[in-house]
Design a protein around this ligand. Sequence first.
Ligand code: VGL
Ligand code: ZN
Length: 198
Amino acid sequence: MTQALIVIDVQNDFCPGGALAVTEGDKIVPGINALMKQADAVVLTQDWHPAGHSSFASAHKDHDPYAVIQMPYGPQVLWPDHCIQGSKGGGFHADLNTDRADMVIRKGYNSAIDSYSAFFENDHQTPTGLEGYLRTRGIQKLVMVGLATDFCVNFSAVDAAKLGFDVTVKMDLCRAIDLDGSLVAAVDGMKAAGVTLE
Ligand code: VGL
Ligand code: ZN
């Protein structure tokens, strides 16, 4: 079975020193590079927001980062400004083997809507195009790693499982933000969707 390694958002802003740093976010890079050697295909995702994106707390009066607001498409956590298009923070971690990537898919570029998942924006309807890319390449099995376990990895894994892919998340090559129990909820949600956690 053709297998793709999907590397989620291993970007400077999600690593120590970044705008939305995930604890030990950089620690997973060597293991991810090693896994690339076994993959038939490697896809990198890149969170890629315009300045003033609606997921930024700075774009909303009277809200601090990590507050939750209602958007037309559902609840939205407000984040510090991060992964702005063309910024250093939006770039991949310097040690990530980006040369090995067949495909880089960007997401979160529409100002009015966030996109945690590599497959759909947060309305769960607007596709990014990744499904078509994988299917036309005959890829059925996905191994997912990256940042953050409880947001972009979780949403990507659950969507992929719902689309019928065979999905494994390698938990030791992911790190979480863990806001108000979000990691436990993500683990439960991924298991319920039929994702294999290793
Ligand atoms: C992510 C919060 C905001 C992620 C992206 O990559 O998990 N989290 N944007
Ligand atoms: Zn983001």
